[in-house]
Design a protein around this ligand. Structure first.
Ligand code: NAP
Length: 312
């Protein structure tokens, strides 16, 4: 197995990881970015962003491509498609084992983001890829003139429901309360969209079908009544969970698993930082992820420099 040595290894190549990589490499740290898939992170699947400062409207993929090109100016090494087998954040140096290599470094920045939460209901797993999808941008076009349901009331649910109206003849938004969590401006767009129908105070109970999804059972949380909506697709957008399986209790996490950090993005372990959606941040946006990356990059460089001075 090939061995690599770095000052800092960044786990995760999304906006947070790109930004940290830029600050670390520009700060003269020997920097590597490791990702389980291609670099780009979640936003590379977003259709469009209109709240990233400096770009009135930009495709998610276009923006992350610009991030990567910018990072490349400073020469961080990139290791996409690396399955992480184990991570030792406590040892000196820190050790990350992937299927293809043994990576050793003075510091680690965790930027592995978060993944969609599952509804945990009957039919959800069974119909995955046959009517259940967690990515409207990837699968929306399969639902031309069909009826779909989005579950959730946050920004993701409402934005993706609006996007799905480009294809579907009707989009239900099934939400467990009678008020959305999404930003007001996004709510207003959904309220103005004739193809969207809200199903308030309701939770999804079961997804039904044969080869493909045919309906969803929903329960009214106020009356307890169960009803069945005929639909062709379900898009659950009920929030996210942090991608932290590989950490196995080495650093402090909150009750939902998000990594606790201080203001410098340092975790409970020296030399280990966490940034972007994976940490217990109050706001999960591309702009806050890149901001986290900048802070971690600067403080990580200080840490590595101090370690080098100690060992000289
Ligand atoms: P979110 O903001 O946490 O919203 C999750 C939604 O799902 C909430 O409405 C919640 O209901 C509902 N929900 C949670 N668990 C549920 C369950 N078991 N059954 C049914 N409904 C459930 O998650 P998100 O929309 O994925 O957004 C994640 C983060 O990314 C947020 O910080 C968001 O602002 C950000 N984001 C921003 C943009 C943008 O600014 N353009 C776009 C996408 C995402 P309650 O409201 O009742 O809790």
């Amino acid at each position: 197995m090939r061995e690599y040595n770095y000052d800092v290894i960044i786990l995760g190549g999304g906006p947070a990881g790109f930004s940290a990589g830029l600050y670390c490499a520009r700060g003269a740290l020997k920097t590597a970015i490791i990702d389980i898939s291609m670099l780009g992170g979640q936003p590379s699947n977003y259709l469009e962003l209109e709240n990233y400062l400096g770009f009135k409207k930009i495709g998610g993929y276009d923006l992350t491509e610009k991030f990567e090109q910018h990072l490349d100016m400073f020469g961080a090494d990139k290791f996409p498609m690396q399955e992480i087998l184990s991570v030792d954040l406590v040892s000196t140096p820190k050790v990350i084992k992937t299927k293809e290599g043994l990576f050793k470094s003075a510091s680690v920045i965790i930027a592995t983001g978060a993944s969609p939460m599952k509804l945990g209901i009957k039919g959800e797993e069974e119909f995955l890829g046959r009517g259940v999808s967690y990515c409207a941008v990837c699968d929306g076009s399969f639902y031309q003139d069909k009826v779909v349901a989005v579950v959730g009331g946050g920004n993701s649910a409402v934005e993706e429901a609006i996007y799905l109206t480009n294809f579907a003849s009707k989009v239900y938004i099934i939400h467990r309360r009678d008020e959305l969590r999404a930003d007001k401006i996004i709510q207003q767009r959904a309220f103005n969209n004739q193809k969207i129908e809200f199903v308030w105070d309701s939770v999804a109970e079961e997804i039904r079908g044969e080869d493909l999804v045919k309906s969803i059972l929903i329960k009214n949380t106020k009356t307890g009544d169960i009803s069945e909506l005929n639909i062709d697709g379900v898009f659950p957008y009920i929030g996210i969970i942090p991608n932290v399986n590989y950490i196995t209790g080495q650093i402090e996490q909150d009750s939902r698993g998000f990594i606790q950090t201080d203001l410098t993005m340092k975790t409970s372990l020296d030399g280990v930082y966490a940034i972007g959606d994976v940490r217990n941040t109050p706001l999960r946006q591309v702009i806050t992820a890149v901001s986290d990356g900048a802070v971690a990059g600067v403080y990580c460089a200080k840490y590595v420099q101090a370690q080098k001075e100690v060992t000289v």
